[in-house]
Ligand binder design. Sequence first.
Ligand code: ADP
Ligand code: ZN
Length: 722
Amino acid sequence: MARLRVILLNAALGPLDYRAPQGVTVAPGQIVIAPLGPRPLMGVVWDEGSFPDVPEVGDNRLRPILDIVDVPPIPAPLRRLIEWTADYYMAPIAAVLRMALASVSALEGERTVIEYRATGVLPERMTPQRAQAIERIGDRQGLVRELATIAEVSDAVVRGLVKQGALAAIEVSTDTPFPEPDPDFATVDLTPEQESAAGALVSAVAARAFKPILLDGVTGSGKTETYFEAVAQALRMDRQVLVLLPEIALTEPFLARFSARFGCVPVAWHSGLRQTERRRAWRAISTGEAKVVVGARSALFLPYARLGLIVVDEAHETSFKQEDGVRYHARDVAVMRAMFEDIPALLASATPAIETRHQVEIGRYEEIRLPARFGGAELPEIIGVDLTHDPPDRGRWIAPPLMTALRETLDKGEQSLLFLNRRGYAPLTLCRHCGHRFQCPNCTAWMVEHRLSRRLACHHCGHSVPTPDICPACEADDALVACGPGVERIADEVKALLPDARTAIVTSDTLWSPARAAEFVEAMNAGAIDIIVGTQLITKGYHFPELTTVGVIDADLGLDGGDLRAGERTFQQIMQVAGRAGRGEKPGRVYIQTRLPQAPVIQSLLRGDTEGFYRAETDARKSAHAPPFGRFAAIIISDTDGAEAKATADRIGARQPRMEGLRIYGPAAAPLAMLRGRHRHRLLVHAPRTLDVQAVIRKWLAGIDWKASTRVTVDIDPYSFV
Ligand code: ADP
Ligand code: ZN
């Protein structure tokens, strides 16, 4: 193969042709370094004959590639997935490829690093920080930075311990193999229902063929325990498994469960990995040595050598939808990857998405059900609290029935969980004197007060300022009032009314690292926490047998936005949080505070009528031609210059195609009219299922130009409408 078609890691470029140096053979999928002008760039050799419209370059003008990176080639099924993702989500293929290559440094990084571990020698001069570091580091080994993080001290403290001989340097290869999970390490006796579900999953893995399966089981039914049997089967066949989780925070409890069952932790892949870890994991995945990989959505594009099974846990989670860069839905891409790899894809959920249920109904996905909780645990009792009848005191958010339940639970020595999906203390702060409201300078959003960190923060762009003492507009003293509740405020309310209760706030602000998550789980299991106040971070994955009471502070919150999935999301979120109650031997109770007790979704929740909810929601989608019965695509136009953004949006709007069944709404200023300093306009395309909406949009946008400063993004199957 003399002519090489190469995709370089540069989103502005299409594929380019090169040639192999004399006497060197290069196979499709190989990672190479090729010259672009004077610069060397990394890229991947693509299949012969791919991308037929690459500009012709005469054989004698082809430049040779510079080098071949010493890793296995990107396998063909992954190349097909990359092409499909770029095509379906209308993203540059190089941007998708970049996700597969993770980071260039992962491939080129150091082969050895210096790590440190305790020698048992105590430093001559002991300081409180040194003592803390020695205690927390224990017998762990790591880089200076890692040990400092574990010990919560500065790097200098760790370096000091090295100088003093308390820590010794050890040279380690970054390519040390990972331990192998043992499928027979600690097998579990499954219940007859679990056994038959596991049997079906095991046969699907053994069959080595594409099969999408929905594992639909109520919370606590043992879905994880059951799909672990399918993982074990893949291990016995020496094939790899990918388990996708919606959030890094869930990785920690998962790792613990996995290692109890298989004798060691799986390989974790997420954005928090350091370069050396990334390199080690990437390489082990590409050679097939990393047997089980658990990760957030980015793990989906890694070059597994012998994938045998993909599991998407909590498959209904909307965080599987990536909202920047390549806007893909990891659940859907996971199924496509399984198709190209010819293996089963298993979606596990207690509250599957309407889209997934629909795939089952039309016979595309197989469904396996686990209808009962394990060990005879009952699903919790659900109690509605009508806030219009039973209001909390002024300036408070916990109504009397819920407060009574919290007190009873505390008296019994059991645990409670209050759920409110709002970080911080209050969503809005204003000046009682002049009415000034704190708004983010970069976004159409209020600044959220965080009392723990004493800052006002924007949850869209991260901008934050110290909470001022005086109003910046009228300079009134002591005049700022917090409007509405966030979790910190609810925690204050609990402390005021139940001073004996030990509370813990669980949000991404408090559980920002795996170590923090592990500490929290430990504290819960040790009974050191009575009442958790948490955001959606706490709604899934956790299993606390002493947690018997759950309170939903504001069930109506999610219904406000009124977008397509508002009802579904509310249902899923409350079912999930309710699923934390009564997982052990003690029965659970869930209090749902609402001002809309008659809303259909609240009624379904109170009646425990899951099927009724799905039926009504599916019918509503059908009559609105909404997904999965119709399709949406959004076009988002943004620019730091508002006039420019609007002009481009208007030009795009003026050229909109007219077609049977196709509806286009907008352009209009986006509800989130400014985000990170960019003014935003949107168009929404609503099309029948049968229409190739990507082709329509491609043709539509092809003849329109915009300035380099303007960004035009297409969001296929959007989840966000702001
Ligand atoms: P789900 O994923 O459906 O919410 P889990 O797999 O987390 O359910 O199971 C709930 C709890 O019951 C976990 O603590 C799990 O270890 C336990 N469990 C489930 N099935 C079994 C079993 N067959 N034997 C022992 N424990 C089980
Ligand atoms: Zn902002």
